[in-house]
Write a protein that binds this ligand. Structure first.
Ligand code: BGP
Length: 490
C-alpha cells in the first residue's frame, strides 16, 4: 500500500494571522484586533478602556490568559501595534498567493473565514455581501488552480461585539449566531467546498476569545466549551442536510504527552492529562460525553449546566474525520502543571529556537492512537517549524532546518499510512506563506516555504520570496511523497 492518489497536499492559514484588511469591505472588528504584538519575553496583551476612561491591558497568551477586569471594554491604544490589522495582507495579495501555492502543486488550501467579515457584529440578520464576495473570488481562484478549499468556520476570532455583549461562548446566544453564520457559508459556498472544520484547536481556545470579557475561570471555560460542542454539532447536522457530500471535522491541538517516568503515579497522571484532550474528541466524535467527564469536571470545581435536548444535539452532529495540529510533544509527571500543549520538556528531544520540542515519532504515535480509538479518517491540518529565517545577500533564503523538520514529520506520516494502515486524507503545512505568530504576535517566527518581507511592527514591502523549502515541498507533492524515502537533503 502506497500513498493514496487522492491525498491532499497543501498549506493552512488563519484569517487574523494572514488576511489583514481589518476595516475594509464592511468587516467588523474581531477579538484578535485588540491584541498587541509581543515576543518571547513580553506576552501579547488585549488592550481595554475602563468606564472612567483609563486604559489597561491583560495578558492574552492562550496557554495562560488573564481575565479583563469588570467593566473593561476592548479598545485600541495609540502607540500599540496590532498585527491582525494588516497581517500579511492576503486581502490584497490573494491572487498572487494562491498562484504561488499552486506553483508548488498544492491541491488543497486550508483557510479560515473571518466571521466579522460576514456578520460584522455577529448579530445582524443579513450577511455582509462584500465579505461573501471576497471569499467567493478566493474559492473560484482556488478551483481554477485545481485546489480544494478546506474551510475553518471559526479560528479563534469572534466578532468583538459578541465577546463584549454576550461574553462570547459563555452565552448560548453565540451558538445561534454561529449557526446562522455557518448556514450562510453553506448556502453560498456549499456547492464548491467539500471539507469543513467547525472549530480550530477547540481544546485550546481560552480567555478573551472564548469567554469574552467574562472572568475566564474553569467554570466559565467548560461551560463555553459545552456551547461550542452544541454549535459544532448543530452546524454539522445542518451541513450534512444541506450538502450531502460534505465532510466535517473539528480541529484539535495535539501535543503527545509521555509519562516523564515509569513511576506509577506519573503514568496515572499522564492518563488523566490525555483525557484533557480526549474530552473534546470523545465528545465530538462519539456524540456523547465520556464517562470520565464527571471526574474531570469535578476536580476542576465545574458544574456543567445543560438544557433538555443538548445530549441529542451532540449525538446528531458527530464528525466525519479528525483534524489536528501537531507541532511538538511534552512529558507529564505527577508533579506537573499541565496545560493543553504545555507539559514539561523531554530531555531526549531537540527544540526549535522557540523552545518547542521536535518529535516526529510523537506524530506517528498520535496518529495511531487516534485511529485506534475512533476508527475515523485523520487530516493533519497544521504542522511546521517556526524559525527566524534570514534573507542572504544574494536574496535567497536557506531554510534547510525546516526541510529537515518537515521531511522527518512527513516521513513519519507516510509510515503511518503505508506501514500502520491508518487512513489520512491530507496534510496542510502551517503557514506555507509566512504569517503572524499566534502565541507571540511576531513575524520573526516564520513557518512558510514563502518568505514575506515584513518585520514585527509591520514594516516591509510585503514581497513574497520562495525559500529553499519551496522547491523541496514541490518535489514532495510531485512525487506524492515517494521522495521522502530518501534523505532530507538528497
Ligand atoms: C496553532 C494555531 C495557529 C498557529 C500555530 C502556530 O495553535 O492554530 O493559529 O499560529 O499554532 O503557533 P504560533 O503561531 O504561536 O507559533
Amino acid at each position: 500500500m502506497g500513498m493514496p492518489d487522492t491525498f491532499l497536499w497543501g498549506g493552512a492559514t488563519a484569517a487574523f494571522q494572514f488576511e489583514g484588511g481589518w476595516d475594509e469591505g464592511g468587516r467588523g472588528p474581531s477579538t484578535h484586533d485588540f491584541e498587541t504584538d509581543g515576543n518571547q519575553e513580553h506576552p501579547r496583551r488585549v488592550t481595554y478602556r475602563m468606564p472612567d476612561g483609563t486604559v489597561g491591558s491583560a495578558r492574552s497568551h492562550f496557554f495562560n490568559p488573564e481575565s479583563l477586569p469588570d467593566g473593561a471594554e476592548p479598545c485600541l491604544v495609540e502607540g500599540e501595534y496590532y498585527p491582525s490589522h494588516k497581517a500579511v495582507d492576503f486581502y490584497h495579495h490573494w491572487r498572487e498567493d494562491i498562484a504561488l501555492m499552486a506553483g508548488m502543486g498544492c491541491n488543497v488550501y486550508r483557510f479560515s473565514i473571518s466571521w466579522s467579515r460576514i456578520f460584522p457584529t455577529g448579530d445582524e440578520d443579513e450577511p455582509n455581501e462584500e465579505g461573501l464576495a471576497f471569499y467567493a473570488q478566493v474559492i473560484d481562484c482556488l478551483k481554477e488552480h485545481g485546489m480544494e478549499p478546506l474551510i475553518t468556520i471559526h479560528h479563534d476570532d469572534l466578532p468583538v461585539a459578541l465577546a463584549v455583549k454576550y461574553d462570547g461562548w459563555s452565552s448560548r446566544h453565540t451558538i445561534d449566531c454561529y449557526v446562522k453564520y455557518a448556514k450562510t457559508l453553506f448556502e453560498r459556498f456549499g456547492s464548491s467546498c467539500r471539507y469543513w472544520l467547525t472549530f480550530n484547536e477547540i481544546n485550546a481556545v481560552r480567555g478573551f476569545c472564548a469567554c469574552g470579557t467574562h472572568k475566564c475561570d474553569n467554570q466559565t471555560h467548560y461551560q463555553a466549551v459545552h456551547n461550542m460542542f452544541l454549535a459544532s454539532a448543530r452546524a454539522v447536522k445542518l451541513g450534512h442536510e444541506m450538502m450531502p457530500k460534505a465532510q466535517f471535522g473539528a480541529m484539535y491541538a495535539l501535543s503527545e504527552i509521555y509519562p516523564a517516568t515509569c513511576k506509577p503515579e506519573d503514568v496515572f497522571r499522564h492518563m488523566q492529562c490525555r483525557r484533557e484532550s480526549f474530552y473534546f474528541t470523545d465528545t465530538m466524535v462519539r456524540g456523547t460525553y465520556p464517562a470520565y467527564a464527571e471526574d474531570l469536571l469535578s476536580r476542576r470545581g465545574v458544574t456543567l449546566h445543560t438544557e433538555p435536548g443538548d445530549a441529542e444535539i451532540i449525538a446528531q452532529g458527530t464528525l466525519d474525520f479528525i483534524a489536528f495540529s501537531y507541532y511538538r510533544s511534552c512529558t507529564v509527571s505527577a508533579a506537573s502543571k499541565f496545560n493543553v500543549v504545555g507539559g514539561d520538556p523531554n530531555p531526549y528531544l531537540p527544540t526549535t529556537s522557540w523552545g518547542w520540542p521536535i518529535d516526529p515519532t510523537g506524530l506517528r504515535y498520535c496518529m495511531n492512537e487516534l485511529s485506534d480509538r475512533y476508527g475515523k479518517p485523520l487530516f493533519i491540518v497544521e504542522n511546521g517549524m517556526g524559525a527566524a529565517d534570514k534573507v542572504r545577500d544574494d536574496g535567497t533564503i536557506d531554510d534547510s532546518y525546516r526541510i529537515e523538520y518537515l521531511h522527518d514529520h512527513l516521513k513519519a506520516m507516510k509510515d503511518v499510512i503505508e506501514i500502520d494502515h491508518v487512513t489520512c486524507l491530507g496534510y496542510t503545512m502551517w503557514g506555507l506563506i509566512d504569517l503572524v505568530s499566534l502565541s507571540t504576535g511576531e513575524m520573526k517566527k516564520r513557518y512558510g516555504t514563502i518568505y514575506v518581507d515584513m518585520d514585527d511592527k509591520g514594516n516591509g514591502s510585503l514581497k513574497r520570496i520562495p525559500k529553499k523549502s519551496y522547491g523541496w515541498y514541490r518535489h514532495v507533492i510531485e512525487t506524492n511523497g515517494a521522495c521522502l524515502d530518501e534523505k532530507a537533503h538528497a
